[in-house]
Design a protein around this ligand. Structure first.
Ligand SMILES: C[S@@+](CC[C@H](N)C(=O)[O-])C[C@H]1O[C@@H](n2cnc3c(N)ncnc32)[C@H](O)[C@@H]1O
Length: 355
């Protein structure tokens, strides 16, 4: 049985976890953008792009990523119509290079009746990009990048996607492969392309943290805020892959952080109970010497700590009470004003920075 046949016979638990995250995030993405980018005068197109779409369905009847997306976009469309009289312009682009998978995919999509506009492309992801760039043309887009290995997602391709103005990414980063081969000369070129640098050769003792950090750093260099979520091998305490999330929109990272937190909730204690808040507050004071907007602060801390949006708000309130930060509290509860609200963290010498 080929790798493709085997993969699509049965949906494995690690793929289920990945698809649950995609679905939870896509629903939020579709509601928020569908609501705010649709008016009577204008229906800005919104694009979900499935770059490695697969067959659309698994042998055991479970839906694959493009059908999950169609389901979710259709449901959100109906809800926004009914409850808010909105008619969002959702588009799905599904790319699949394997001709057999493509036939299955097309059949599975055709069965679906929906207001979502669908375009399928039987191409290599890299070759489909030209068509996609023309279609998306800086409308908001979410790219799901879910290849089999690592060789089909060179960093140059991710960089190209990043040049689409409002593109978010969810990338399946095959850590299991990377950690096995990062010292192996034979795949050095492939890994150089994957990371867009050869720095992966210099990882030291904490391999997983450093390799994921490096990949995220590369994404941050091209303008993204990032998060990652570890998915383990079934029944083992070993990492299979990481989902890497990248967005340029500070508000969006809050939503993905909630999704990741939800997934963890059953197994994790509230981190804030464990880690001393006081230590964290001291860290924040060290880090921010000049005024920063609330949305920049939240996005940066979400990507560099385990805390969620509400933990960070609690921290700011606690610090304000102690006189460690200054901001206009009235703006905190209104999302329209809070974004650009300035935070002035106290300096070591006791003064507050000026603008
Ligand atoms: C991991 S599977 C995708 C699974 C799908 N996202 C899902 O969740 O149901 C990867 C798919 O990408 C296809 N593929 C592999 N290399 C590709 C490439 N360079 N361009 C486009 N598709 C590719 C494979 O044939 C396979 O169907």
């Amino acid at each position: 049985m080929s790798i493709t046949q085997e993969f699509f016979t049965n949906l494995q638990s690690q793929s289920q976890e990945k698809l649950t995250i995609l679905d939870m995030y896509l629903e939020k993405w579709a509601y928020i953008l569908g609501y705010s980018f649709t008016s009577l005068q204008r229906r800005t197109p919104l694009y979900y792009v499935d770059l490695f779409a697969g067959q659309g369905q698994y042998g055991n009847g479970q839906p694959g990523s493009p059908i999950i997306a169609l389901n979710t976009l259709t449901r959100v469309h109906q809800n926004l119509m009914q409850d808010h009289d909105k008619n969002p312009n959702y588009n799905l682009i599904a790319v699949e290079k394997d001709p057999n998978n493509f036939i299955q995919l097309s059949e599975n999509i055709q069965k679906f009746k929906s207001k979502v506009i669908v375009k399928t492309l039987n191409l290599e992801a890299i070759d489909a990009l030209g068509v996609i760039e023309n279609m998306v043309n800086n409308s908001p887009s979410l790219f799901f990048v879910d290849p089999f290995g690592v060789k089909d997602i060179p960093f140059s391709m991710i960089e190209r996607i990043s040049r689409i103005q409002r593109s978010d990414l969810i990338i399946n980063f095959m850590y299991n492969f990377v950690q096995r081969f990062h010292n192996f000369e034979g795949v050095s070129d492939t890994l150089c392309e994957l990371f867009g640098t050869d720095e992966f050769k210099h990882v030291t003792f904490d391999k997983e943290r450093e390799l994921i950090h490096l990949y995220r750093k590369q994404l941050q260099k091209i303008g993204y805020f990032t998060l990652n979520y570890k998915i383990k091998m079934p029944g083992k305490d070993r990492t299979y892959f990481h989902l890497i999330y990248a967005t340029k929109e500070p508000r969006a990272i809050i939503e993905m952080k909630k999704v990741f937190k939800n997934m963890h909730e059953s197994i994790q204690l509230d981190l804030f109970e464990i880690m001393e808040r006081v230590n964290y507050e001291a860290e924040v004071l060290q880090k921010y010497n000049s005024p920063i907007t609330f949305s920049q602060f939240i996005a940066r801390e979400l990507q560099s700590t385990e805390f969620n949006d509400s933990d960070l708000r609690k921290t700011l309130k606690s610090m304000k009470k102690k006189g460690l930060v200054d901001f206009d509290s009235n703006k905190l509860s209104d999302y329209r004003t809070v974004r650009n609200m300035l935070l002035y963290f106290k300096r070591n010498n006791g003064s507050f920075p000026q603008l």
